[in-house]
Design a protein. Structure first.
Length: 382
């Protein structure tokens, strides 16, 4: 397979409704897309990265710059003939988290192109030892006012999902109210996590413990900022209340995972394809977590298009031992998408394998054109 052109561009995806958490209020999100083309301008493969400054330190502009740097590497496979060549290139790239979204997008595009050329699915390039189909996705409830949370609960009831994640913030009274709304508006039994996005200090965290116990919360995701010196005390207190802490922003690279295992403060890890640098790096992290007997979930970035949703579906299907699965929220969150296929989960959160070759979805060039920031467009030709 011969690659003659690499395009990268920022794409802004509008939300169908506001989705907020403790660090951001959002009506849209900007991701970066890569399109690989042949000599005739035909699209060979596509990739997407979700840069978040509060996660890996990446911004859309930094991604565009980093991608330009990565494709000028002498090992970049302009002529791609086998997976060993591809793995060799990917494994030679920087290991620090500050390029993970860029590496994810580039890996996706290369795998998508090569697997299409081979008339294969990307999932078949990876071990199926832990394969399972279907998988069941959780639902997320945004941080918002009473009406926002009640509306989210109505949607979740209609979808028949009983594994939930509630976004919470610093304000104890607000969080107390949100938990009460969920308990009063979700039908039947449900399993609930809370996601703090690192905004609690020790005092705030410990104050919340009786409230969390009261509402049956068993997992708290990223309660404090990465490298917070207070996490050790809260970890012990949470453990005494039979609550597990899940690392997210603290767990972006293999180095992060080794540190988490050594410290022992987090009992679970959130693995996200873009955050962790693509499928290959995510699976290496998961293999290590399996060795350490550390539970994990397959998560997603807020505002993934159908491309990253498809990559997340692949990773999820390869991990029957994940405790939770998040993602494929496409039609629930996005007012407009860039794929021809809808990657949203089905009733009950069910996610099946996608039918197509490559990532399993096809890009809609007209949507990319419509939603792109054309001034950000970069075209690198061999």
């Amino acid at each position: 397979m011969l690659i003659k052109e690499v395009n990268s561009v920022k794409v802004t995806l509008p939300f169908a409704r506001e989705f907020s958490h403790s660090l951001r209020k959002r009506l849209s999100i900007t991701n970066v897309f890569i399109l690989l083309k042949d000599r005739d301008g035909r699209i060979l493969g596509c990739g997407e990265g979700a840069p978040r400054t509060y996660v890996t330190g990446e911004s859309p502009d930094k991604m565009i710059s980093d991608i330009t740097e990565l494709i000028q590497d002498e090992k970049f496979p302009w002529e791609l003939y086998d997976t060993e060549q591809l793995w060799g290139f990917l494994d030679s790239l920087p290991l620090k988290k500050e390029m993970n979204a860029s590496i994810c997008a580039l890996e996706m595009a290369l795998l998508d192109a090569f697997s299409r050329e081979q008339k294969m699915k990307i999932i078949d390039f990876f071990s199926h030892e832990y394969y399972a189909s279907p998988i069941l996705y959780s639902a997320a409830i945004p941080l918002g006012n009473e009406d926002v949370v009640k509306d989210a609960c109505k949607i979740i009831n209609r979808l028949g999902i009983n594994r939930l994640k509630l976004k919470v913030g610093k304000d104890f009274s607000q969080n107390e109210s949100l938990l009460k709304i969920v308990s009063e508006n979700i039908s039947g039994k449900y399993e609930l996590k809370v996601d703090v996005n690192g905004v609690w200090d020790k005092h705030t965290a410990i104050r919340h413990l009786p409230l969390l116990v009261k509402h049956g919360v068993k997992v708290v995701e990223q309660p404090m900022e990465p490298d917070s010196g207070e996490i050790s005390d809260f970890s012990k207190a949470a453990g005494d209340s039979d609550i597990v802490l899940m690392a997210d922003e603290s767990a972006c690279s293999f180095e992060d995972i080794e540190k988490i295992s050594c410290d022992g403060y987090y009992g679970m890890v959130n693995v996200r394809v873009s955050k962790c640098g693509g499928l290959r790096r995510s699976l290496k992290i998961i293999e290590y977590l399996r060795t350490m007997k550390t539970p994990f979930q397959i998560g997603c970035q807020l505002g993934e298009s159908g491309l990253l949703s498809a990559a997340g579906r692949i990773l999820s299907l390869l991990c029957r031992d994940a405790v939770y699965y998040e993602g494929s929220y496409d039609k629930l969150l996005l007012a407009e998408n860039v794929t021809k296929e809808d990657v949203s989960f089905e009733y009950g959160g069910v996610g099946h394998p996608l039918n197509g070759i490559g990532l399993g979805v096809d890009i809609d060039p007209s949507k990319i054109q419509k939603l792109s920031d054309h001034e950000s467009f970069r075209n690198f030709k061999r």
